[in-house]
Design a protein around this ligand. Structure first.
Ligand code: NAD
Ligand code: UGA
Length: 456
């Protein structure tokens, strides 16, 4: 039985290893982390993250060939292959603060491996890392004299939260980058062999290490760029009477452009788009490619503009004051089907509304615990209410922040009757039936289309 360890039992480590263990019963998979609470939660049915379908996957493999532990050294000693999936946040201090990736957790893991390992291993970069990180790791692994050989392979992860299980089971592609030396090619084959248990061979892409590392940053930058592009057009739609949904449909039907990732919104969130683009910007700057850096930086700037614009839209529509007015935020997660609120536009919007002295009533089916943490230092009154009807009651406005299906099917007639008048809806995700809301009596402000004023 081949032994796999994964260091970092977060979103990516826990989920990817669960799928590998389910699909490859001939491998023993041990997931480890410094965070005891997290490891404890992976051992129960109250998993540390909310991800549709994940519990079923975990249940098929846990205790059979999938194990969770805080004993990192033991997992290192036993493993033939070590995936490393620790966090790589944006650096908040010193050189490159606000842009560069903070690699301290990765370097610590590399040193732990160097100290604990007694035999040769394949080290797999699963975290998203700056291009040429493998070189730095090789330097660390070569330091300190006589020790086993560590071959570094890049296998970036492309799963999206909320659809992670499907993304892993039916991946568009799996990317594996290695050195093109005999040892590198052998390590590459070991990783190909794992995925070949369920991914068709033609979707397993092999490249050199640098291409694999850079492809991950570039893929996220391209995805975010599409959202910023459609969001920029949404601003123009609001001024001209065009509808961004119609424009997106028209351009998306061009097979060269395609329909995905063209939903205009209050802005993209999530733990990675912003961080990975800023990292790309930093790398370009450090190679003296300032024009390239400015190009990608504008994707983040457009996202910030969209968030600011959304708050301004609320303020202007509500007669330029929201002091003491209750605003219900429908959704706090950065997207539907996750409890994750990292970089959620809802955090920015809630903080700004609180600064304007509104009372903010937040409802979300999965993310209220995280919302409480995110807003613990915010000024004013934030309420956290599980029932959307209760959150809306007594409010002057509803702002849709997350595209949860739940919000599409509510009884908006009932909600309207419970609200202060005039009642506003600001649909930051364009998920509601705007005409119907107008008929009920709401003033409706979509993203990227003219507002619909209630007739009465
Ligand atoms: P996370 O914060 O959920 O998990 C990281 C885990 O690593 C934490 O549990 C932390 O305790 C652990 N850790 C940190 N230092 C450690 C150490 N020295 N030893 C053992 N454990 C340690 O992060 P995540 O969302 O799983 O992301 C991990 C990486 O994957 C990041 O580089 C991210 O950019 C990338 N990524 C994330 C996603 C996503 O959807 N979340 C998708 C693709 C790629
Ligand atoms: C994203 C990528 O889609 C994954 O491929 C990648 O692995 C991951 O980042 C990562 O590296 O962490 P994720 O952030 O989980 O996945 O979710 P997305 O579905 O990409 O959505 C990101 C944000 O963009 C969300 O706030 C979403 O609401 C927003 N979005 C998405 C839009 O505003 N419009 C769209 O058309 C699509």
């Amino acid at each position: 039985m081949k032994k796999i360890a994964c260091i970092g039992a977060g979103y990516v480590g826990g989920t990817t290893m669960a799928v590998i263990a389910m699909k490859c019963p001939q491998y023993r998979v041990t997931v480890c982390d410094v965070n005891r609470e997290r490891i404890g939660a992976w051992q129960t049915d109250r998993l540390p993250i909310f991800e549709p379908g994940l519990l079923d996957v975990i249940r098929t493999a846990r205790g059979r060939n999938l194990f969770f532990t805080t004993d990192i050294d033991a997992a290192i000693v036993e493993a033939d292959i070590i995936f490393v999936s620790v966090n790589t946040p944006t650096k908040t201090f010193g050189e490159g603060a606000g842009k560069a990736a903070d690699l301290q957790y990765w370097e610590k893991v590399a040193r732990d491996i160097l100290r604990a390992a007694q035999s040769s291993k394949i080290i797999v970069e699963k975290s998203t890392l700056p291009v040429r990180t493998a070189e730095a790791l090789e330097n660390i692994f070569r330091s300190g004299g006589n020790h086993p050989h560590f071959e570094v392979v890049s296998n970036p992860e492309f799963l999206a939260e909320g659809t992670a299980i499907r993304d892993l089971l039916e991946a568009d592609r799996v990317l594996i980058g290695s050195r093109e030396t005999p040892e590198g090619l052998a390590a590459r084959q070991e990783i190909v062999d794992i995925y070949a248990n369920w991914i068709p061979r033609e979707r397993i892409l092999t490249t050199n290490v640098w291409s694999a590392e850079l492809s991950k940053l570039a893929a996220n930058a391209f995805l975010a760029q599409r959202i910023s592009s459609v969001n920029s057009i949404s601003a123009l739609c609001e001024r001209t009477g065009a509808s961004v949904a119609e424009v997106a449909r028209a351009i998306g039907m061009d097979t060269r452009i395609g329909p995905k990732f063209l939903n205009a919104s209050v802005g993209f969130g999530g733990s990675c788009f912003r961080k990975d683009i800023l990292n790309l910007v930093y790398i370009c700057e450090s190679f003296g490619l300032d024009e390239v850096a400015r190009y990608w930086e504008s994707v983040v700037a457009m996202n910030e503009y969209q968030e600011h614009r959304f708050v301004r839209m609320i303020l202007q529509a509500m007669f330029n004051t929201i002091v003491g007015k209750r605003v219900a935020l429908f959704g706090f997660a950065f997207k539907a089907n996750t409890s994750d609120t990292r970089e959620s536009p809802a955090i920015f919007v809630a903080r700004r509304l609180l600064e304007e002295k509104a009372v903010v009533a937040i409802t979300d089916p999965e993310a209220l615990d995280n919302a409480r943490i995110d807003l613990q230092c915010a000024p004013g009154t934030a309420l956290f209410i599980a029932d959307p009807y209760e959150a809306a009651a007594g409010s002057h406005a509803i702002a849709v922040m997350t595209e949860w299906d739940l919000f599409r099917s509510l009884d908006y007639g009932r909600i309207y009757r419970s609200m202060e008048k005039p009642a506003f809806v600001f649909d930051g995700r364009n998920i509601l039936d705007h005409k119907r809301l107008q008929e009920i009596g709401f003033h409706v402000h979509p993203i990227g289309a003219a507002p619909l004023q209630a007739s009465s």
